[in-house]
Design a protein around this ligand. Structure first.
Ligand code: K7E
Ligand code: CUA
Length: 864
């Protein structure tokens, strides 16, 4: 019963005091003292802690930096849910160890070279009207210019495309408001072709670019043929953002080397860092992708470089599609405001954030009013005339994320290690909070969309020195959670990240994500289509064509079929693995000794592994997920024989066998065990049927899974009986054990179903009942009473049945316990518990509510 009683973690100073005055130092106070926690700490805990089973409101996708992965965690709990393998093998998911995912990683090969790491920076969702959809995610690889698509239907990487002209990139992935394009801007300028060009050809041949990757929504894939690039000067392009609202159709890309400095420490020249920060301003590139996408329809408007369409600077300029605006020294972040009107730029070497007004930009463009041209002929707009204003924020403003409140933005200060809240419309700062050292990106909930939620901010700190238990010279990364609902920002959580430098995160309301729970039977998860190796129950087989051996295997709790695979040395072996389960979370894994293959096969999935069986010997294979009580038994053997060798068979050792009476006794025993187990199952089934389990989808699914297992018994039982009839008692015993296996699995799932149904059946609390529960908890009643159990006070279940005119009696007793101390029943209780019910000074309303709560408890008492 007690499982139904929610005990919310409500802790306020008032409550602490109330509790302590009643019971002396409360448990909470004791813990606070012992663990040296302030009231603020306890509040932060209450804001972030998720009780067992409670889910997070927001889901965050973070780049995994040098790990080449993405990590997924929840807000406000900051619990990590998953690492998604993207550019890097990820063994748990079989990513890079099964054939289907190897194909994805292979498509990321550059000039024939397979690359198994990446430097992921900026994740972004598909958008509709600038709002997050939650069906696909994109992320870029800065090191090896590539873009990946992650299908949020199963949280798996489904595509990697290689940038055909860039040698490095950073300003990606940025998505246009209806996911027309995913923008990727280069970083370190380099020749767009793949040839050799000395550095003194920097200005002549080295180039930057932005690539506009066309997203084919129907296919969920980037369409490389319909994608194209815009050539840019070698200014070292950086972050980018797409316009929306009134700046729809435009995009903005920063740069940090308008000096076109080319370094040369080894030649005695000042280093890159000196020459690249010389000018007071760099350039923001302003370009119109809607004009560019029209231009690229006509072959006279583009060049083909490495089989890819590139619009030259001159063509873009001639068609009013490309402009430059000076921006403060070495800028980094550029972010378009939710309404699309303003563009915010932070200068790393400047204390200001600059607010550009798109209306002013557009006005100058329309009037063709330019301040000059750069060496490549690109018109330059006057900086002052495009600015709405500048605000002094502090040292090293980098990135921005928006609030739900109009005009409010949060900016990270890298050097000052702060988050500053300010108003970009009225150009004033509002609040600042210290974060840990050297914050880079930050995000608020859905904070870069057209409809930011705000609520929490995440600070992505570059250093974590002195924050966590030391784990060697390489420290973890640190994400911090900030409560931004009040006027003052409050830092409430530190989360170490043990993966790579997570440059940027993007967050979404959990309710927008609709991932599948199982696959349609036989799915190749990387293509979403039916696998050629789909194998249903009864279709398991081993086929041989010359030296090619193909195994069609299935996995189901708790066996792999086939359990023995014999091949010849030198054979090319492919094993297709279909997980026949339909039950959620019943994943099986597949590993085989020596051959460096692994697959994670979720319910319904078909994965495959291939290898050349070039080593002779005996190789166990097994399921790598602890899937059931008989998981260790989920195994088999592969034998690799040399066909040119003669093997001498080992002398058979004769073991003592069981006598017939012994076998009979064991047979009887297993029959009895099976009968007892079946009785348990039948009682659960009766309960489920009586309570109409079919009305509860979640329970129904579990019952179906249980019946699935149960349904397999008849066939096995028949085999047992047949063996017994033939006098093969040993065989009969083995088959009976298999019967028991299915019963155990049925009972396991059946009991889970029962548990679920019990919870579903509990009458939902009415507001009055909920209020009663709150009064009960606030009054500290749970200090002595445990519902469903006798503890330091009597069990309150059924208290309303124990007295005549019970409601009035209970009311009077709570109101003024002393009046009843002399009643026989109460006297007996006082003697038994050696405690008197204290007067909690409750209001009449509170007492009435508590009585309603006690009624609710009685109503649901019979469910367990
Ligand atoms: Cu500032 Cu790659 Cu967006 Cu790191 S990036 S911080
Ligand atoms: Cu299947 Cu362990």
């Amino acid at each position: 019963m007690s499982s139904f009683i929610k005990t919310p973690f409500v802790m306020t100073a008032g409550l602490c005091l109330a509790m302590s005055s009643m019971f002396g130092a409360s448990e909470l106070e004791t813990i606070m003292k012992e663990r040296n926690l302030s009231e603020k700490d306890v509040l932060a805990a209450a804001k972030t802690y998720q009780p067992s089973g409670r889910k997070d409101e927001y889901v965050v996708f973070s780049s995994g930096g040098q790990s080449g992965q993405i990590l997924v965690y929840g807000v406000p709990s900051m619990r990590i849910y998953k690492y998604i393998g993207v550019f890097t093998p990820e063994p748990w998911q079989g990513y890079g160890y099964d054939n289907e995912s190897k194909a994805i990683l292979k498509s990321g090969a550059i000039r024939g070279k397979e690359i198994t790491w990446g430097d992921t920076h900026h994740p972004n969702f598909t958008e509709k009207n600038g709002e997050y959809v939650g069906d696909y995610l994109f992320i870029n690889d800065k090191a090896n210019p590539r873009m990946a698509v992650i299908n949020l239907h199963d949280f798996e990487t489904s595509q990697i495309v290689v940038n055909p002209i860039m040698k490095s990139e950073h300003g990606g992935s940025f998505v246009t408001p209806n996911t027309e394009y995913v923008i990727e801007a280069s970083q370190y300028a380099a020749p767009l072709d793949n040839g050799y060009h000395p550095i003194d050809e920097y200005e002549a041949v080295y180039r930057g670019a932005v690539t506009l990757w066309k997203f084919d929504y129907a296919k969920g894939k980037i369409d490389e043929k319909k994608s194209f690039s815009l050539e840019l000067p070698p200014y070292m392009q950086d972050l980018s953002d797409a316009g929306k609202g009134e700046s729809m159709g435009w995009a903005f890309t920063n740069s940090f080397n308008s000096e076109m400095y080319t370094g040369g420490i080894e030649k005695g020249l000042p280093p890159f860092e000196a020459g690249m920060s010389r000018n007071d301003t760099d350039y923001m590139h302003v370009y119109n992708w809607q004009i560019l996408e029209k231009l690229v329809q006509d072959p006279k408007n583009y060049k083909i470089i490495n089989n890819h369409k590139v619009i030259p600077i001159s063509v873009a300029v001639a068609n009013n599609a490309l402009f430059l605006i000076p921006e403060p020294k070495s800028p980094h972040g550029v972010d378009v405001t939710p309404d699309g009107r303003y563009i915010l730029v932070g200068g790393k070497l400047d204390t200001h954030a600059s607010v550009y007004d798109f209306r002013k930009i557009k006005n100058l463009i329309d009037k063709k009013e330019f301040a000059g041209k750069d060496p490549f002929g690109i018109p330059i707009l006057d900086m002052k005339k495009t600015l709405h204003g500048q605000v002094e924020l502090g040292l090293g403003p980098l990135h921005n994320a928006f609030d739900s409140k109009d005009g409010i933005v949060y900016t990270s200060l890298y050097v000052d290690s702060q988050v500053v809240k300010w108003d970009y419309k009225n150009l004033k700062t509002l609040d600042r909070v210290n974060v840990h050292y050297n914050i880079g990106h930050l995000d608020t909930m859905e904070g870069k969309s057209a409809k930011p939620v705000g609520k929490y901010a995440l600070a992505l700190d570059k250093l974590s020195i002195d924050r966590f238990n030391p784990v060697g010279p390489l420290h973890p990364q640190n994400h911090q959670l900030i409560d931004i609902t009040g006027a003052k920002m409050e830092l409430i959580y530190d989360m170490p990240i043990p993966l790579g430098e997570p440059h940027d995160v993007i967050s979404i309301a959990a309710s927008k994500l609709k991932p599948a729970m199982t696959y349609k039977m036989g799915t190749n998860s990387r293509t979403g289509e039916q696998s050629v190796g789909m194998t249903l129950a009864g279709q398991e087989r081993i086929e041989r064509k010359g030296k090619d051996v193909t195994v069609y295997a299935t996995l189901v709790r708790s066996h792999i079929n086939p359990e023995h695979i014999e091949v010849n040395k030198g054979d090319n072996v492919t094993i297709y693995l279909t997980n026949l389960e339909r039950a959620q979370d019943e994943t099986h894994g597949f590993a085989i000794d020596l051959y460096n293959v692994h697959a994670s096969i979720e319910p319904g999935k078909t994965a495959s592994v291939s290898f050349v069986a070039d080593e002779e010997g005996v190789f166990p294979y097994y399921c790598t997920e602890f899937c059931s009580a008989l998981h260790l038994e989920m195994m088999g053997y592969m034998y690799v024989k040399d066909p040119n060798k003669k093997y001498e068979s080992a002398r058979k050792m004769k073991l003592q066998e069981l006598s017939k009476p012994e076998l009979e006794a064991e047979y009887k025993k297993v029959i009895a065990t099976n009968k007892a187990t079946d009785d348990v199952i039948q009682s659960v089934v009766t309960f489920l049927k009586e309570k109409h389990f079919e009305k509860y989808p979640k329970v129904k699914q579990l019952v179906e899974d249980a019946l699935d297992q149960y349904g397999k018994i008849a066939e096995v039982k028949a085999k047992a009986d047949e063996a017994y009839k033939k006098g093969d008692i040993n065989g009969a015993i083995l088959w009976e054990y298999q019967v028991w296996q299915y019963m155990v699995k049925t009972a396991d799932v059946g009991l889970r179903a029962k548990n679920n149904l019990t919870k579903a059946l509990a009458t939902p609390m009415s507001p009055v009942v909920a209020r009663g529960e709150e009064a009960y908890l606030k009054g500290g009643c749970n200090g002595c009473h445990v519902i469903g159990q006798v503890s330091s006070g009597p069990d309150l279940t059924g208290v309303l049945l124990r007295h005549e005119n019970a409601e009035q009696w209970v009311f009077d007793f709570i109101k003024n316990p002393a009046t009843k101390y002399e009643e026989d029943y109460v006297k007996a209780m006082i003697n038994y518990f050696n405690l008197r019910m204290p007067n909690q000074h409750m209001t009449d309303q509170e007492i009435k509510d508590i009585i309603e709560y006690l009624k609710w408890i009685d109503e649901n008492a019979g469910l367990n």
